[in-house]
Ligand binder design. Structure first.
Ligand SMILES: Cc1cc2nc3c(=O)[nH]c(=O)nc-3n(C[C@H](O)[C@H](O)[C@H](O)COP(=O)(O)O)c2cc1C
Length: 149
């Protein structure tokens, strides 16, 4: 989708909890269609994962730093979710999700369990605080998944 980036790529990965009552498929379709239109205008891509069993979101935003930061601030203030916490943020050499213009995929309970050790802030001694490890896991995930809708 974005073959080359004229500006350096900045990535943010956050975790949050959907607000009750939990969103429906229709809610997510609406959210995604609005998001993709907004994001395309700002060269922002990434991936949104949602675990229906727990109502957990995991989202990667990537694109120009100022655009990504501004979007993150807007998303963090959205009442449709809460307990929004950044798991990883920083510049990257290239996009990790070049084919995902805000892709959406469900996260199954077993997949969520595999990611569990990355989902809370860890003491610095734990190598899993390294955001690049989490991004690698998520990029792998994206490569093996179809965008749901
Ligand atoms: C989990 C979650 C993910 C979101 N992701 C995006 C996104 O990738 N892009 C986006 O523009 N809005 C996203 N939003 C919606 C924003 O919080 C906000 O409602 C929207 O950007 C407002 O758009 P507007 O300024 O055009 O009214 C997300 C909201 C939630 C709850």
């Amino acid at each position: 989708m974005f073959v080359t980036s004229p500006v350096p790529v900045f990535q943010v990965v956050y975790h949050s909890l959907a607000t009750s009552p939990l969103p429906t498929t229709a809610d997510h379709r609406r959210l995604l269609s609005q998001s993709r239109a907004n994001n395309a205008a700002r060269a922002i891509g990434g991936m949104l994962l949602y675990a229906e069993t727990t109502g957990e979101y995991l989202q990667v935003l990537e694109g120009p730093a100022e655009e990504v930061r501004a979007l993150y601030r807007k998303i963090a203030a959205d009442v449709r979710h809460h307990n929004v916490s950044v798991l990883s943020e920083g510049p990257a050499a290239e996009r990790s999700f070049p084919n995902w213009q805000m892709g959406f995929a469900p996260l199954e309970a077993d997949e969520l369990a595999q990611l569990d050790s990355y989902l809370s802030p860890r003491p610095p001694s734990n190598p899993k605080t390294d955001g690049s490890a989490l991004l690698e896991v998520l990029a792998d995930f994206a490569r093996t998944r179809e965008v749901s809708y």
